[in-house]
Unconditional design. Structure first.
Length: 279
């Protein structure tokens, strides 16, 4: 590809990208920012259901463009607009203290909840009342790593496309289906109708994760429901579940944070399902 010109900080393209820091503009444009070489690389390779490339536009500093020339070339080949920009432009678009020098403007990629159900998922993470974008992105990354089939963000949870959430997922936004804005009652009911067992993760749960594993009850299709970082799951949400399960604390720690608990629960289910399949 030819060498692009350095884009002006006052360019309408830069202004449009900067606006995506606000949820209202993301929703209106149905676009979001992916920052860093790993996330942008994943965006370049991602396609929508109709084959449309997810990456629309790429901004990179001269140094970063040289370091990751393969990403820049792939973005150009995929039809994305490629802009070289100064450090100040990248800082404004990414809105981080230490920008990574490369950002992509991407199309929304969430999936309809009905499509997730139609695919007969075996392992799902449901984020109910999760408000911290970093936690949401990290749980999404954990679900991806554990081999989950989908993630559901309920209507009371943080925006999937919050820049902190996208950064925390480190590219996992592009790996598995995610449904957004689904009321938790609807999510649970429809998953149960599809034959998925609902487990609510709660530190005060009446069932112990180790006991569930020992009893062999976790090998079937499962959806884990994870609650708010500060106050967990409300009683009405716990009441929807087939079981309320706690991660055992064997040491002196007071509790586990949301992302750590989610990783433990999702990996436990993934292992139980593999054991059942191989038996």
């Amino acid at each position: 590809m030819g060498t692009p010109e350095l884009i002006s900080p006052r360019s309408p393209r830069v202004t449009a990208a900067k606006r995506l820091a606000k949820r209202s503009f993301r929703g209106k444009e149905r676009r979001f920012i992916a920052e860093g070489p790993q996330a942008v690389r994943e965006a370049v390779d991602h396609r929508g259901p109709d084959g449309t490339p997810t990456l629309i536009e790429l901004f990179a500093t001269v140094e970063t463009a040289e370091r990751y020339a393969d990403i820049v070339d792939a973005a150009h080949t995929a039809g994305a607009r490629v802009h070289l920009a100064g450090d100040d432009v990248l800082a404004d678009i990414s809105q981080t203290i230490t920008p990574q020098g490369i950002v992509g403007v991407c199309r929304f990629l969430d999936s309809p909840f009905e499509e997730i159900l139609a695919a007969k998922p075996k392992l799902v993470a449901v984020l109910a009342h999760v408000r911290d974008p970093g936690n949401a992105g990290t749980v999404l990354r954990c679900a991806d790593a554990a081999g989950a089939d989908a993630v559901v963000l309920t209507d009371a949870s943080v925006d999937l496309y919050n820049p902190k959430s996208v950064r925390a997922s480190v590219g996992s936004h592009f790996h598995l289906p995610v449904a957004v804005g689904v009321p938790v009652e609807q999510a649970v009911a429809r998953l149960q109708e599809a034959g998925v067992r609902i487990l609510a993760a709660d530190g005060a749960g009446d069932r112990d994760l180790d006991d569930e594993l020992d009893a062999g009850t976790m090998g079937g299709p499962t959806a884990w429901v994870f609650g708010n970082e500060a106050w967990g799951l409300p009683e009405e949400t716990r009441a929807l579940a087939d079981a309320v399960v706690r991660v055992p604390i064997h040491g002196k720690a007071e509790s586990l944070n949301l992302a750590t608990a989610a990783a433990v629960c999702l990996y436990a289910s993934a292992r139980a399902q593999r054991v059942r399949t191989s038996a």
